[in-house]
Write a protein that binds this ligand. Sequence first.
Ligand code: BGC
Length: 789
Amino acid sequence: MRQLTSGDEWTIVQEGFDPEANRVYESLFSLGNGNFGGRGTHEEYYSGDSLPGNYLAGIYYPDPTRVGWWKNGYPEYFAKVLNAADWTPIDVVVDGERLDLASAVIDSYERRLHMRTAELERTFRATLTNGSRVQVSARRFLSMSRPDLGVIRYRIVVEAGSSIELSIGIDGDVTNEDSNYDAGFWDPVETAMWDRRGHVVLRTKKTGFVAGTAIDAVVTLNGEPITSPSTDIVDERSVATQVGIAVRPGDTIEIVKLGANVSSRTVDDVDIVGRCHQVLDDAVATGFDGLLAEHRAAWEHKWDISDVVIGGDLAAQQGLRFSMFQLQCTFTGVDPDLNIGPKGFTGEKYGGVTYWDTEAFCLRFYLAAAEASVSKNLLRYRYRQLGRAIENAAKLGFSGGAALYPMVTINGEECHNEWEITFEEIHRNGAIAFAVYDYLRSTGDRGYLLEGGLEVLVAIARFWAQRASFSELKQQYVILGVTGPNEYENNVDNNWYTNLMAQWTLRYANEAIDLARETDGAETDRLLSSIDFDESTERDQWKQIAEGLHFPEDADRGIFLQQGNYLDKELRTVDDLDPAERPIVHHWSWDRILRSCFIKQADVLQGLWVFEDRFDLDTLRVNFDFYEPRTVHESSLSPSVHAVLAVRLGRLAKAHEMLLRSARLDLDDVNADTRDGCHVTSMAGTWIAAVQGFGGHRVVDERLHVSPVLAPGWSTLAFQVHFRGTWLAIRADAGQVVVEHRDGPEVELLVHGSEVRVGPAVPVAVASQPTVHDRGTREREHLQRQSGI
Ligand code: BGC
């Protein structure tokens, strides 16, 4: 495989310009600050292949669904976060010719992402066809301290040439490449440009969001401000200021361009222009250096509380930091209306909307590596959409306050147009319920049950209670017609993972009612009565279904079956596949894929991961040995789960292979699809593989566990953990594991199974162990009691 990038632990470097791979690099060099973000496109005009993208969090359009035969209950639209007006363009004309890297001779080119400080740097030297020559260095950041602000410093050193014309503007003539009907999504509202200041205001069709984009540009020649008059271009959707400058070889022109991106999601429509210019005025007053310093400080804090160090493995370290970098760019957790699209701000695919990925993967990262409020906002997002989830279930024929959360959503409504996925992947409801438990066990914040958690759990339990049906034949409850996490099997009966999730939710919802009562009995009763909860029948019904649910398994092989008929399939392994036919999704018919035994992503193994403490190592080993060789990992979410399980089994080489596959997925463009954007939600999986896999980080039975082991070749594994208000730094090498208390109350934790108490005084050291500590029977028995499995 051709190596796409170089760099070091903190930087990703593209050496040389490759027009063929330009979109891949644009994805890799994306930036974001939680509020907006965009692809790493060039500032100057580029006529080659490119996917411009500047996305404002939460600003979407309901693109009408495209299906052949409409059926009742289909979602009417596929929501997409829109490509918004582009604040970055700086067009450069040298001696009458436009600087365009598609036509110029590129003498040198380098793009560099500084992950520690979230700055994108690009330098190149180009000779134009008219013989003029320039060196350009551009630095861009999206302020982590000012959520509406982006900053560019663009320097041009003239080597040959006598005039430069700049056109510094906003391009509001933007589209989404993945539009279903090639529709335009924005209507123009207002444009203005004066004195190197300007703005473009657009309104989304249908959803009526208003987005204001404003710029301020300061141009200097050899350090002196250029005050000569500019020509202002004002179109219906775009604006620019044009400046002509007479130059001599050796001259340096510098443009500091500030971009404000403000939307009606946070500011009233009428105040948007004012707010844009306020953002710019404040930024001008602070100046480039001040803005950069505060942005760096904000990122320093993020890394300080979240960084993971892998010594002796640059590929893993770089990929892991890249993953954490993108997660931090995508979601900062300050706004419960925002969530994490599978591509973050790096591309259009998946529409920037919310999938089960958030609860099943991303939440784990934010729980351990950010303040509790960040995770709480992810939970509040779903709570605020509970009404819609109840409506969604009602559309499908459920009643009595049952909720089916959408597989894909931005506003709470289902908005995906693939039937097998939308209707049948009901397991997502389980992940959303489990997230409440995950949050509670990490934060200890039981009060959340009365702030929304319990309502969500009850509504989801009600759904499972109706969705399960009683089979006279089996004399058990069954859940028919589903798709499990493995999307390469559709409309199957009794997907083991889905049934496990359903069973767990039915039991935990029951338990949560008691927990909530312990916290505040009167409030719990008030809440349950507000949702017409029938204590005398519903709780018993949940128990009965949970007890009687069918779980397909093959006792001879000792495996759980992904679905009742899985063993009827021709049982081959991935090694039997012709490498030329992989990924199978690109080479096989859908019919062939559905009939095959090949598994897109962890499914039974996903269940063994989520509920790992219920199953002993032998059970895990047998199932892993059966399913792993049949898994093609064609979902980016898959390898990290296998990595965690492989660590538990002591198969560190396998776990390392899976960690790398997750960590390097985009940097090495493993699935040949990074051009569409980076796999941001699965980047949480990379963190999970490192910290929960190799680090053995868990919260079990109210207690924090760590149990770090080193992959072959690693000298160190160090990570930060936030647990119930305490911040810890864990560092393991071949000899010992050192736990350092960084902030918060003293805490007791288990390191390789030994209890240690850590407080502010001195770090605590425990001898290292070669394999991960199996958390043993105490916790397993507790969970088995809790779950009945
Ligand atoms: C996976 C889903 C996932 C989606 C978005 C699909 O390829 O199979 O599990 O939710 O991508 O990441």
